[in-house]
Design a protein around this ligand. Structure first.
Ligand SMILES: [Ca+2]
Length: 433
């Protein structure tokens, strides 16, 4: 725990940080921005949120990078701006992380926190006390976007002690994303034991970019792993190629074996772990209340996408999409193609997504089933209000932090926890003020 937290106590912390880091009180004009013409504040508060969100000006006001591409359906981009009615208290739990990437909660409410470039994993108590780095993790290729990425607590952790993580694995001739699991041996000097690498993205390529790396366990005990296409052209062209893991979401059993109900099992021309294809770089993935998988992928300039992931579906990258190269050169001839899925939503300009949760807690009732996404270049926690699997409202939270948001998870009590992406990265907790 930070010394000043001890000195001033939690009450002082809560009141003090509220003004510094919380959301500013909304002005009447901002509140009115949510309303339908002629609406009134009183009626807004009693209406279902989707009614309040269905009208109003788009949140995004900057010009698009690729104006020649038009949405495939109304509401596919530039949703109306909405504002949370609940004032948010932002509390710093801990800081001093070197580019932290992911949070996972242990059953006793302590958190596992990864540091990307150093490959270090820490255990952090709810009041911010950080363990020594957990010993026994394998080395990582920590250049650029590489390093230690996601971490998850295994579904049978109470019995097995198993935790799972993703990392850029240094290999002969390059690197590749790997998924490892091991037993967490708790104590004053924590370590992992019985290490197993359960998945290795193939082929190996020399690239420090776009390996994906989010892990999502499903209630039926399967594990989704999101994979990027490595950014460089030799990788990008494999995103729709079933013989490559690049640009795919894969689905495995917790021991790394292949579920026999995966869509491409038994085909000679496909890797059997593949669940969906045609992705660019997926750094955000989460289940909704129906246990459906959603992802947000880092697109090119003007082309970040929210997708609802379906078995064997092709999301089109690099053939179709809404963005362009950062040089301004075109990538796609078109935004739509036969047999390829449309994103539920896209951002132009981009948000640079990383981290995602679909809120299921009770602390913020108005946020139920909303999608939260960490925004890197957008320096915001992006909130999406959904209705019938479409985006009907968008909000940018935590903008006054001026920080890249790398990760967002929901804690056991229904608070949101975020990590800022910085050499002095912070672990923050969001509660109602
Ligand atoms: Ca796509």
């Amino acid at each position: 725990m930070r010394t000043w937290m001890k000195t001033f106590g939690l009450a002082a912390l809560l009141s003090g940080l509220g003004s510094a880091y919380g959301q500013s009180p909304r002005s009447p004009s901002e509140q009115n921005g949510n309303l339908a013409p002629g609406g009134a504040k009183g009626s807004q508060q009693t209406q279902p949120r989707e009614d309040a969100a269905a009208q109003g000006a788009p949140l995004e006001t900057a010009p698009p990078n690729v104006p020649e591409f038009k949405p495939a359906f109304p509401g596919q981009t530039r949703a109306p701006g909405v504002k949370s009615r609940t004032a948010i208290q932002v509390t710093e739990i801990a800081s001093g992380f070197n580019k932290p990437w992911a949070i996972a909660f242990l059953p006793d409410r302590r958190m596992l926190v990864t540091e990307k470039p150093t490959g270090k994993l820490f255990i952090v108590t709810p009041d911010g006390k950080k363990s020594p780095a957990v010993e026994g993790l394998p080395p990582v290729d920590g250049r650029n976007q590489g390093g230690l990425l996601d971490v998850e607590v295994g579904p049978d952790y109470a019995k097995s002690g198993l935790i799972y993580w993703t990392y850029y694995e240094p290999r002969e001739g390059g690197n590749g994303l790997a998924v490892a699991r091991a037993k967490l041996v708790d104590g004053p000097k924590p370590r992992v034991a019985n290490l197993q690498v359960i998945f290795r993205m193939q082929p190996t390529l020399e690239s420090t970019l776009h390996a994906g790396g989010r892990l999502v366990f499903t209630p039926d005990g399967k594990l989704f792993v999101t994979l990027g296409e490595r950014s460089i052209l030799p990788g990008r062209v494999q995103a729709r190629d079933l013989k490559s893991h690049f640009g795919k979401i894969v689905r495995i059993n917790p021991d790394g074996s292949v579920p026999q109900d995966n869509p491409f099992v038994g085909r000679q021309d496909a890797r059997p772990e593949i669940w969906s294809l045609g992705h660019r770089n997926i750094l955000s993935a989460a289940l909704d209340s129906q246990n459906r998988l959603w992802e947000v992928e880092m697109g090119p300039r003007g082309g970040d996408e929210l997708n609802l992931v379906g078995k064997a579906k092709d999301y089109g990258w690099p053939t179709i999409g809404y963005g362009e190269e950062y040089s301004g050169e075109p990538i796609h001839k078109t935004t739509q193609g036969p047999g390829m899925e449309q994103p539920v939503y896209y951002w132009d300009p981009v948000i640079s997504p990383s981290g995602m949760v679909i809120y299921s807690g009770t602390l913020f009732p108005e946020w139920r089933d909303n999608v939260f996404i960490g925004g890197l270049s957008s320096q915001a926690l992006v909130r999406l209000v959904m209705k019938d699997d479409r985006v009907v409202g968008e909000e940018r939270l935590l903008t006054d932090l001026n920080a890249r948001i790398r990760e967002v998870v929901q804690g056991p009590e229904g608070a949101l926890y975020v990590l800022t992406d910085a050499s002095n990265g912070r672990l923050l907790k969001l509660t109602p003020r």
